[in-house]
Design a protein. Structure first.
Lengths: 279, 296
């Protein structure tokens, strides 16, 4: 009887581990192969770990493209966008939930259209608009659109839902003490909304970090590239992929997000699950 | 001044100022572009002079005349359909497996979620590498004596490959949503069923599945809408090829507007994409409202 249970349990774990393979092997392979010489990457049978690890691909990544600069671009754009979205969505979410003013519902519906319209639909006219404003081949389109359209609207929606669910009493006391709206929002609303704000922050950072269509369309100078765009440009003179360099670069791009994931796993998972709100 | 600025008026002003950045942002970066897209869709754009000329409904007529479009829509249907079916079944299977207590369950949950941490492009690059003719997958297959196909160079296997890479990356989010739904099923229902002697299969199809069906349907629509917008995956893995076999609508919009400079026709296609997403999202919101109402 007891060995029967043991066998069952073993089968259960083996099944789960097999199911895990497609989820974990690509990532592991990416990291381990970045330490292989190019020849070993294509070895048959394939190896998982490098026989003699080399780090050449990593320095080559920085020699081939201004990869450090591109890394900085991605980080600073994502951080700026996240800060703006936190501010804009907290203000708007608070007002839509708490302040009564004529036309509130109409304006809220106007904002919600930002959830309906996919960014792939607006990019054609946006390109013409930014061209007219002289902002092509700058970071402005990447910052502005993400800060106010799609991801920000989702954030505003999340913040509004959060503030609606928050008990009124705390604020009423503050209002009776004579605090104005701005002070009430800043001293009561903002500190209380930390859980929603951290979900919003992670979600927004990821949206900006993963942008690919937008930089592809707007940016042509390698110094201005963001990481997703830069990763696809590690090609030799014949257009063939420089796999080891590409994998080294790709491994490096995982680091910041992985850090956040490890440090704030619960908020991370909840934040991403919120993306389900968006259609 | 103080006579006019009553408490109520001041409050309204605060409200307008609070929402102003968001409202103006949406007007400028969402609604104005949609209006422009409608305008472009009735015009032809001259690449050299940069002028727009009104062409009646000729871009809309092109939707019918374009010999590529049926293939593109079929590819879109296969891709979105494949992604949603696999995403829901695999997601549900994993959620059910992970909805028990056993040593290591948290680690397994983290592993199924982990591809979300890898950026879309990095993830897709690695799959492109693994799926090459002499890549990792065929390398493993050759060890057991199978001569694997050149996955990305043949229409059907290329489609299967992009679907698979997309599902593995995104299913972790659905697992989280399904796990939440599974944990929301009242325990008493299971206990009652067990008392009645129902087997585990019967419990699953009789209780679990109906109880979480709202989540299933909503997640399904969200997944379709996400699949309709999958650009990076296609652009990095296949560039829509071979031929047009993996050219989904969003990639076709990009090609027409930015590679062939057909701003007018590209905008028309973009509005088609918008209409698909619009119908699906409104459907989702209607369903959600209905269920929220029923829950009360």
């Amino acid at each position: 009887m007891k060995s029967d249970r043991l066998v069952r349990r073993a089968v259960w774990y083996i099944a789960l581990v097999v199911l895990c393979l497609p989820f974990v092997v690509p990532t592991v392979w990416m990291v381990t192969s970045s330490f292989k010489p190019l020849r070993e990457i294509f070895a048959t049978p394939p190896t998982l770990f490098a026989k003699n690890p080399v780090v050449g691909a990593y320095s080559e990544a920085f020699d081939f493209q201004p990869f450090g600069r591109q890394y900085f671009n991605s980080v600073y754009i994502a951080v700026v966008v996240t800060v703006i979205v936190l501010l804009v969505s907290s203000l708007a979410g608070y007002a839509f939930a708490r302040i009564r003013f004529p036309g509130r519902n109409v304006l809220f519906v106007v904002v919600l259209t930002g959830l309906l319209v996919p960014s792939e639909t607006t990019i054609v006219p946006l390109f013409q608009m930014f061209k007219r404003a002289g902002m092509i081949n700058t970071h402005w389109p990447l910052i502005l659109v993400t800060s106010f359209a799609g991801p920000c609207v989702l954030a505003t929606f999340i913040m509004r839902q959060f503030f609606i669910a928050l008990p009124l009493e705390l604020e009423e006391a503050a209002r009776l003490d004579g605090l104005g709206r701005v002070a009430t929002w800043w001293r009561i609303g903002v500190p209380l909304s930390k859980p929603a704000a951290s979900a919003v922050a992670i979600l927004t950072f990821m949206s900006s970090w993963n942008l690919y269509l937008e930089p592809t369309v707007y940016i042509t100078t390698p110094e201005l590239f963001t990481l997703p765009q830069a990763l696809t440009r590690f090609t030799d003179a014949y257009g063939g992929n420089m796999w080891n360099v590409q994998l080294a670069g790709a491994s490096l791009t995982v680091v910041p997000v992985l850090l956040v994931f490890v440090l704030a796993q619960r908020q991370f998972v909840e934040g991403i699950a919120h993306s389900g709100l968006k259609g | 001044m103080t006579g006019y600025w009553t408490g109520r008026r001041r409050d309204s002003l605060a409200g307008y100022l609070f929402v102003a950045p968001q409202v103006l942002g949406v007007l400028l970066f969402v609604l104005l572009p949609v209006g422009l897209a409608v305008f472009y869709s009735f015009n032809t754009w001259n690449v050299f002079t940069g002028e727009m000329t009104f062409n009646g409904g000729s871009n809309y007529a092109d939707l019918v005349n374009d010999p590529q479009l049926p293939k593109v829509l079929l590819a879109t249907l296969f891709f979105s359909g494949g992604v949603v079916v696999l995403n829901l079944t695999v997601g549900l299977l994993l959620a059910v497996l992970l909805n028990r207590r056993f040593p290591g369950v948290t680690a397994f949950r983290a592993i199924f979620f982990s591809p979300v941490v890898v950026s879309v492009v990095a993830w897709t690059l690695v799959w492109g590498f693994l799926l090459q003719d002499n890549g990792g997958i065929n390398g493993v297959l050759s060890v057991v004596g199978i001569d694997g196909p050149n996955w990305l160079q043949q229409g059907p296997t290329a489609m299967v490959s992009v679907i698979f890479a997309q599902v593995v990356r995104s299913v972790g989010v659905n697992v989280v949503l399904f796990l939440a739904a599974l944990q929301g099923v009242p325990r008493e229902l299971y206990e009652a069923a067990r008392v009645d002697g129902a087997g585990s299969r019967k419990v699953f199809f009789g209780i679990t599945l109906p109880m979480i069906s709202p989540t299933l349907l909503l997640t399904g629509i969200i997944t379709v809408v996400g699949a309709l917008q999958a650009f990076a995956q296609i652009a990095v893995l296949t560039q829509g090829g071979p031929g047009v076999s993996t050219t989904v609508l969003v990639y076709y919009v990009f090609q027409q507007a930015f590679e062939f400079n057909n701003i007018g026709y590209g905008s028309t296609l973009a509005l088609m994409l918008l209409s698909f997403v619009l119908v699906l999202t409104i459907l989702q919101w209607q369903l959600r409202r209905k269920w929220v109402f029923h829950e009360e």
